[in-house]
Design a protein around this ligand. Structure first.
Ligand code: UDX
Length: 431
């Protein structure tokens, strides 16, 4: 199939490369000329396992990129993978989506026959029907149903495993107004994946599809916050939250995944999406108590980490190491990383921060240009009076000798990575 994808961010680029790998001809439309040039030269604009190989294989060939929306007219289907960032009150900003939909509509107007527009971006329930369909209808000069279809197909891929998540997902969600042509076209697109992995396809309404994405992320964020809340109680009572989690995870109704307690969740999606659905709830007159609490607990975890350090060492004027800056291992993304409030809290206390991460130093340097960055975990720990572990990179588990050699071997672990705890002063956040 000839597919166009608007937006070359995390989702757009991954989906484009994976669809090319499934045998489709893909054109990626983005306003950023450097991203377009990179894709055409076979270079991935983002750091993601497996993606560079796919872009190298198909870039400039079955995967083309352009800044020109008119390329859409030569395709059967367009996926909108544009960002929906947060406003100050948490609600989503639809300006990129609205502008994208207009340009897509204008390109479709030049084409004869049916065209399907697929909303991949995360948008609150009702957005597609109330905001995007009217823009598309006006720009195409078509009425929905007459050679114009609009579907919602949210994406659940995770950073660090985006290619695997796209090609072997837990589910594919397809929201339509019942349009058979839309359902058939999406079934054709995903057929190889569905056949190979027996992936369940959820056919539902568009508002439901929009809500499923928010419910998915809100549930996962709240699950981690709930185990963090329980973990904080465990800590007060000298109980190991990881032993508790292992046991409760055996109950199939709870499940063993997403029960790692610690310094909390970060990343580009959880906070943005939980905030957006909380704002949407309030706009509708509903107070989302559990979702508010999920955010509150998450905001508290970095303070609890620093509180444990305060109990062990006065950090004012002393060097303190921060191990891990990425929001999770396997990525250089620092968006909403728990390292940010941890560094801020240490600076407020007058500590001299020395930070280390295997891949995310340059990203954090833009955020905090005037703290010290070390080239290795060992270098970060040298001559320090305390260390906090913020990201669960495996390599932090092997720093036993370096922890011992610190000026004050005091370690507060926010991710349960340190294994050898015998000869240092060690505190775990929830154990
Ligand atoms: C998430 C969703 O998982 C994905 O489906 C959606 O499409 C985008 O948002 P991502 O942000 O890439 O994906 O990361 P994820 O692996 O879900 O981790 C999110 C955060 O939760 C990380 O900061 C991680 O460290 C934290 N986490 C996760 C925990 O603290 N404990 C856990 O048990 C699991």
């Amino acid at each position: 199939m000839d597919v166009s994808i608007v937006g070359s961010g995390y989702v757009g680029t991954t989906v484009a490369a994976c669809l090319a790998d499934l045998g489709h001809d893909v054109v990626n439309v983005d306003i950023d000329e450097s991203v377009v040039a990179a894709l055409n030269a076979g270079e991935s604009p983002i750091h993601e396992p497996g993606l560079s190989d796919l872009v190298a294989l198909y870039g400039g060939d079955r995967l083309r990129a352009t800044t020109d929306y008119s390329a859409i007219a030569g395709t059967d289907l367009t996926m909108l993978a544009l960002p929906t960032p947060s406003e100050a009150d948490g609600s989503i900003n639809l300006s990129a989506m609205a502008a994208g939909a207009r340009s897509v509509g204008e390109a479709i107007a030049a084409k004869d026959g049916y065209h399907l527009v697929v909303v991949k971006s995360t948008v609150v329930p009702g957005t597609t029907e109330e905001e995007l369909v009217p823009i598309l209808e006006e720009a195409t000069d078509r009425t929905e149903g007459e050679d114009l279809g609009v579907a919602v197909n949210p994406e659940f891929l995770r950073e660090g495993s985006a290619v695997d998540d796209f090609t072997n997902p837990d589910k594919i969600v397809v929201g339509t107004d019942g349009d058979e042509r839309a359902l058939n076209r999406l079934a054709d697109i995903y057929e190889p994946i569905v056949m190979e992995w027996e992936v369940p396809v959820v056919e539902t309404g568009r508002r439901e599809a929009e809500m499923i994405k928010y419910a998915n992320n809100a549930f996962l964020a709240a699950k981690v916050s709930l185990i963090n809340d329980i973990g904080n109680v465990c800590k007060e009572y000298g109980v190991d939250a990881y032993e508790v989690a292992e046991a409760i995870g055996l109950d199939h109704r709870i499940g063993e995944r997403f029960l790692r307690s610690g310094v909390g969740w970060g990343g580009s999606c959880f906070r943005k999406d939980v905030d957006a659905i909380r704002a949407a709830a309030r706009e509708a007159g509903y107070e989302p108590t559990m979702l508010d609490a999920a955010v509150e607990v998450n905001e508290r975890q970095p303070d609890r980490l620093l509180g444990l350090l305060d109990d062990l060492v006065d950090v004012a004027g002393r060097r303190v190491a921060v191990l891990g800056l990425a929001f999770k291992p396997g990525t250089d993304d620092i968006r909403n990383s728990r390292a940010i409030p941890v560094i801020e809290g240490l600076r407020e206390r007058g500590a001299e921060v020395v930070a280390y991460d295997p891949v995310a130093i340059e990203e954090m340097r833009e955020r905090f240009p005037d703290i010290e960055y070390a080239e290795s975990g060992a270098a970060a720990l040298s001559d320090t009076h305390g260390a906090v572990v913020v990201t669960d990179w495996d390599e932090f588990a092997t720093l036993d000798e370096e922890f011992e050699a610190m000026a004050d071997p005091v370690v507060v672990d926010g991710r349960r990575v340190v294994e050898d705890r015998g000869s240092i002063v060690y505190e775990g956040l929830t154990w």
